[in-house]
Design a binder for this molecule. Sequence first.
Ligand code: FAD
Length: 600
Amino acid sequence: MLRRSLLKGAAALPLTFGLAAPLAAMAAPPRRRVRPGDPGWPDAGQWAALGAAVGGRLVKVASPLAECAEAPDSPACAELFKNLRNPFFINESPALTQTLGWVDAWTSHASEYAVAAETSADVAAAVTFARKHRLRLVVKGGGHSYLGGSNAPDSLLIWTKPMRAIQLHDSFTPQGCAGRVAATPAASIGAGAIWLEAYDAVTTKAGRYVQGGGCTTVGVAGLVQGGGFGSYSKGFGTGAANLLEAEVVTADGVVRIANACTNPDLFWALKGGGGGTFGVVTRLTLRTHDLPATFGGVNAKITATSDAAYRALVEQVLTFYRTSLFNPHWGEQIGFRNKRQVTIDMVLQGLDHAEAEKTWAPLFDWLAARPADYSFSKPSIQTLPARLFWNPAILKTVPGVVKGDDRPGAPASHFIWSGDAGQVGQVLHGYQSTWLSQRLLDPDRLPALVDALVHAAATWGVSLHCNKGLAGAPPEALARTRETATNPAVLDAFCLAISGAGEGPAYPGVAGHEPNVERGRIEAKLMRAAMAPLMALPSRPASYISETDYFEPDWQAAFWGEHYARLQAVKRRYDPEGLFFVHHSVGSEGWSPDGFAKLG
Ligand SMILES: Cc1cc2nc3c(=O)[nH]c(=O)nc-3n(C[C@H](O)[C@H](O)[C@H](O)COP(=O)(O)OP(=O)(O)OC[C@H]3O[C@@H](n4cnc5c(N)ncnc54)[C@H](O)[C@@H]3O)c2cc1C
């Protein structure tokens, strides 16, 4: 089906497999992009021509939030704010984003127009139109960007939501790679798909595994281009590491194939170089893996009765992690919060229930031997056949695990993990992350890590995401991840430490629903103070582009390390005018924060 529509579309497209001349022929970089009302803003006839070129799939975007600002007490506004807690509602609107803003950083704004792209030809037409008319162009898939990368006022949006076809391959060879790259099982996924759809097709229906994200509503293309971690990345590497091929429309409006043999520099950049930067990806082909026998999770909460006992607990938990969990079977989070609390929210793959219990027994025996120092409940250990892990019919029978889509007539297949519900429609107050080297687990460096975590717990709280650092992963997962643009610090890190603060759906200018800016600033300050000692542990800044600080001062080094110069070269080659602009993206230096003017 996907193949058929591609072949059909290809007849009308300038599809190239190598880098031809057109990029060089592009005009000199524009100094300023045009806004509505500026001379040069396309007239009605020109918009109509674009609409015709994309088969009528051009829409004038109306923001329901702007309408709400006009009538904040209306039933429609109340209904909107209820729906802003539903990620599937947000996903269906070209005017909305899953993160609604970040206090003192950005606010989600609807574009002027959107092309609801169904084909790469639609995307190519929109890219060409934006370049020709010097428009601010944005691309949106799942809409989860923390940094506001998929929205901009006065812009033309390419909305990939309609491109969601998924095709599985028993044996996939990237184009032009025959005889050079071994064929492998794979899945080709339309750029507008969210991970829920990918897991349904690949795992629930076909019994295979694809490395995607933890949150089910995150977009496939956005996650992979950011690098992309899921609960089981310690076993399989990043999402980007598993990319075999992408179809991408570059700034010259040409549809290109990027893989290890064709446009390999672009291919490498797409693997972690950041979304919305090198072109519009229209289809991704990802390696699939044999499905492990089991998936599962372990949850527990431990509270210490004194500061001394808490320090001993943090040291014990980290030592236990190093000896028992620092391997491909284990991922997700250990939290340090509420002054003296450790929370365990870990997942497992490839272990049965008895093996999981045996793994955790030493830690809980240690705790049980110290009743005066610790209170805790028996850990909850769950395992299930891996094929059922994303099966909504099963998950919805277990109380508290998932949240469905409660709109009348909504597909029964829709669900998110209950733990992700707090982030739907959120306005961030602050967010920081840092990769932590495995060396910090060595006995001589452990005290510094313990100190930093005790401080973080006392000040605000932090979680170690053990699936987002790849030290301890199998050699093949490390080797594939090494071939991506992500900061190589990820290879040596045992985890990504993350702290954040935010509030539920809110929007400036909507009376009764405004973000709490004052509280946001206080929380951001506390969160930063909590993270400061942890952020100081790495010798160089090292943060994950998709889960990072909007205000990261040393973002080029933090997101990509020594890869940055190579990424700049790819950007110059494929997007010399800087058509694609995202806050703190490769090549964004010299642009105004809103991407409208080239400064200096
Ligand atoms: C609730 C929540 C949970 C998250 N969970 C995880 C997680 O488990 N693991 C993880 O690694 N990250 C996670 N993230 C971060 C997430 O991976 C990134 O925000 C990712 O970029 C989101 O992709 P998207 O398509 O949903 O978002 P969008 O906002 O649509 O896109 C993100 C960026 O990619 C660009 N982009 C999107 N589609 C395309 C395309 N087809 N071609 C070119 N550029 C494109 C956009 O322009 C934007 O700059 C989470 C974020 C949130 C808000």
